[in-house]
Write a protein that binds this ligand. Structure first.
Ligand SMILES: Cc1cc2nc3c(=O)[nH]c(=O)nc-3n(C[C@H](O)[C@H](O)[C@H](O)COP(=O)(O)OP(=O)(O)OC[C@H]3O[C@@H](n4cnc5c(N)ncnc54)[C@H](O)[C@@H]3O)c2cc1C
Length: 412
């Protein structure tokens, strides 16, 4: 039996794809499939427009994707300021890099909604406040869809040719399909962040330091190592973050704002002074980190995209870029499957191969940075690796055949 029911009154429907999770990975995958004419249902347990636990500095590959899909104008129109300079502060030594094409850091409430609205415009059905509790299967074990409940407790079930887990780093879909972990790291790092008014930021500013005499360069995290940063965003605000090994995070007591100031002061004095001159607006949120994992992203009747299939530490600010990249790769593969051009195993193993080829160096360099077991020289080596990988990703994304987007052209 195939169909979707919410409550008792709704018509039974079947979809080409059902996507669990309506944020960057899920909404973008739905958008790209719907633009190719596929019938797509996207569900998310959150209410529409809710913020999520994440800062939102977009790296070049994410900006490229939004431009290719015709969505960058909406980001610009949201008032997210163009970022024309990225400054790495190694302690109190700044290394500014001017970027040729601007980057942007829209709030997640802005970015996610832009992609969701575009998916709806393309014909995807999007339902919020629907909690998926189960992945359904046929007698042969092939995934056939999902079941769950809406906010009012009414049961819900939908079926589809393919069920896509875009349900983030604690993915229920990945767990229930038993997606194998193909690469993992025990390393994780912690962060505090919040929004400030009146802070001067020269674009993205990333700060790193190790308390003198505490540079390890070995396998153990240095408790004296700290990080921090400034991310200019909507409404003239700056997202201020302070990073640390989990050991220090778990020892924090009391006032989180004071902890942000203390960590920034230990990291880069000039940035700390500028933050102290501003005023905090809203809470300081904390995240203790999670171990990185790359999972096999497909199987009979299912696929994974975004953090659900590939989670790496937040410290290198690359998760949104990778989610948008992989939405594109997966939508291509599924389009080939749904139109009968390519056998599922061929199309989806190609997706896995390209995703892993583009991700593994980033995953490993991110783990190194998140380990807090570096001195400045070792850290700069990892930053150069990340930069090279990002350039590779950007070239690949621009080189992709683009029947979907009119008018986007690669910067010269
Ligand atoms: C503290 C922090 C800072 C970060 N900073 C950056 C940054 O500056 N730049 C960057 O690029 N990346 C950053 N990241 C990473 C980025 O947030 C993620 O990579 C990105 O959100 C992944 O998108 P996603 O769509 O895969 O998952 P998510 O954004 O996690 O979305 C998953 C969605 O699935 C829904 N869902 C989950 N389970 C169910 C269910 N059972 N039923 C229905 N719905 C469900 C959730 O409600 C959620 O809306 C940061 C992450 C963290 C934690």
């Amino acid at each position: 039996m195939t169909g979707v029911t919410v409550g008792t009154a709704r018509a039974v429907e079947h979809f080409d794809a059902v996507v669990v999770g309506a944020r960057v990975a899920g909404a973008a995958t739905a958008l790209l499939l719907a633009r190719r004419g596929h019938r797509v249902l996207v569900v998310d347990r959150d209410r529409r427009g809710r913020d999520t636990l994440s800062t939102h500095a977009l790296m070049r590959p994410a900006v490229v994707q939004l431009q290719r899909w015709g969505l960058l104008d909406h980001v610009v129109a949201s008032g997210a300021p163009p970022v024309r300079r990225v400054t790495f502060h190694y302690g109190d030594v700044p290394l500014p890099i001017d970027v040729t094409e601007p980057l942007y850091a829209p709030r997640r409430i802005v970015l996610d909604e832009i992609i969701v609205a575009a998916a709806e415009d393309a014909g995807a059905v999007v339902r919020f406040a629907v909690d998926v509790t189960e992945v359904t299967r046929d007698r042969d074990g092939r995934v056939t869809g999902v079941a769950g409940r809406d906010r009012d407790g009414r049961t819900f079930a939908a079926s589809a040719e393919v069920t896509i887990g875009a349900d983030g780093r604690n993915s229920l879909v990945a767990r229930q399909v038993g997606a194998a972990v193909t690469r993992a790291t025990p390393i994780r790092s912690a962060v505090l962040y919040g929004y400030w008014d009146g802070v001067e930021a020269a674009g993205y500013e990333w700060c790193f330091n190790v308390a003198s005499g505490d540079a390890r360069g070995g396998p153990a995290a240095s408790d004296g190592a700290t990080t921090g940063g400034l991310i200019p965003t909507n409404d003239g605000q700056v997202c201020v973050w302070a990073g640390m090994p989990p050991s220090r995070f778990h020892r924090l007591q009391g006032n989180r704002e004071a902890a942000v100031h203390a960590i920034l002061s230990e990291t880069t004095a000039d940035v700390a002074r500028r933050v102290a001159a501003g005023s905090r607006s809203g809470p300081v949120r904390g995240y203790p980190g999670l171990r990185g994992e790359l999972r096999r992203p497909w199987g009979p009747g299912w696929a994974l995209v975004g953090d659900a299939g590939y989670y790496k530490d937040a410290l290198t600010s690359h998760g949104i870029s990778d989610a948008l990249r992989d939405a594109d790769l997966l939508a291509d593969a599924l389009d080939a499957v749904l139109t009968g051009r390519t056998a599922p195993a061929d199309a989806l193993s190609h997706y896995e191969h390209v995703r892993d080829d583009l991700s593994i160096a980033l995953f490993d360099a991110t783990s190194q940075v998140a380990s807090y077991a570096w001195d400045m020289e070792q850290l700069q080596i990892q930053h150069r690796i990340l930069s090279t990988q990002m350039q590779r990703e950007t070239r690949l994304l621009w080189s992709r055949d683009d029947a979907l987007v009119a008018g986007a052209s690669a910067p010269r």
